[in-house]
Design a protein around this ligand. Structure first.
Ligand code: 8YV
Length: 328
């Protein structure tokens, strides 16, 4: 299938250089406004295009996939997480799914550290004082936070991003602990000086900081449920740069309000933009609008990955970042 004849629908505005390159390579339909595509528009795209390039704001579920025509053959997701796509159903219908792993690892790990520091050292509270013009000068007991060095960090999900967080946190003097579906190879564990916990319950009950770095799959949904959140130390901080669905957001909010968990740094939410309003009222919480991978460089590299996946497919090969259901 010659690549110039592949018709590609992109659901959101992408960096200009990425859009330009796509225009050179494919018969591409780009968006002029940057809003999530309606379900109707997505269904139409799936009927008329060879390739769909969705993002996290597009839910490509069974219902939508059942309306896909014979033509669509590849869903080249602009994003590492593919929980917005029903990969299993796509596969059954002969539609390949690819993603963009690796290129947002370091940026997301940076943001995880930023949230750990922001919550533990009360950075937003300091900023609020300055912005309100309320600073009366230095005081020995003003805005005291906690020392990050020496704290136990429990990483839930020790894939690429989890390991990148571990490397950063170790430099800050944190002690690295982790829980993962599969234990890391001994040499990697040794290199990261990371302690493995087979029992997530036991790990969360002993950590000072818990970082969520696992993907959202049916088996990680509400991994941090109300029961497990109750095991967390009262003095602990929870940070999530992965997917909101991994934490029971209402249970977390209740516990933060009741000071049963000391603080949280959240970049993602269980119900997308529908953030629990009570979270916004809390001083011990730092909220970000899903910015973990939001760097110019990262977005450009994500775009390059999407292009390589489509181009490789167009040339008759398996896209390098093919997602198979067994990986999930
Ligand atoms: C992306 C992300 O910006 O790639 C991911 O999985 O969570 C984000 O950082 C977003 O998903 C793009 O679709």
């Amino acid at each position: 299938m010659p690549s110039e004849r592949l018709s590609v629908v992109v659901t959101r505005r992408l960096p200009e250089a990425v859009e330009t390159r796509m225009t050179e390579l494919f018969d591409v339909r780009l968006r002029t406004d940057d809003t999530p595509m309606s379900r109707g528009a997505l269904a139409e795209a799936m009927r008329g295009a060879d390739v769909l390039v969705p993002t996290i704001t597009d839910t490509i579920d069974q219902g939508l996939l059942s309306q896909a025509g014979e033509r669509v053959k590849l869903i080249a997701n602009f994003g590492a997480g593919v929980d917005n796509v029903d990969v299993q159903t796509a596969r059954q219908r002969g539609i390949l799914v690819s993603n963009t792993p690796g290129v947002l690892t370091e940026d997301t790990a940076d943001m995880t550290m930023a949230l750990i520091l922001a919550v533990t050292r009360r950075i937003p509270e300091g900023l609020a004082v300055m912005q309100a013009g309320h600073w009366d000068g230095w005081a020995p007991t003003a805005l005291l936070g906690g020392r990050v060095g020496g704290r136990r960090l429990g990483i839930l999900g020790m894939g690429r991003i989890g390991q990148a967080v571990a490397r950063r946190a170790a430099v800050f003097g944190m002690q690295i602990h982790y829980h993962n579906r599969k234990r890391l190879r001994p040499e990697i564990e040794e290199d990261l000086e990371a302690t493995y916990w087979e029992s997530l319950d036991q790990m969360v009950s002993r950590m000072d900081v818990i970082s969520i770095n696992c993907p959202h799959t049916p088996s990680t949904f509400h991994l941090m449920n109300a029961r497990r959140l109750k095991l967390v130390k009262k003095s602990a901080v929870i940070v999530n740069t992965s997917r909101g669905e991994v934490i029971d957001e209402n249970a977390l909010t209740r516990m933060l309000r009741a000071a049963e968990i000391a603080g949280a740094g959240l970049d993602v939410y269980e119900h997308g933009t529908d953030v629990n309003p009570r979270l916004r009222e809390l001083r011990n919480v730092v909220l970000l609008p899903h910015m973990g991978s939001a760097t110019e460089e990262g977005r450009a590299e994500m775009g390059e990955k999407v292009i390589i996946n489509i181009k490789t497919f167009a040339d008759g090969h398996r896209p390098p970042d093919l997602v198979v259901p067994a990986m999930l």
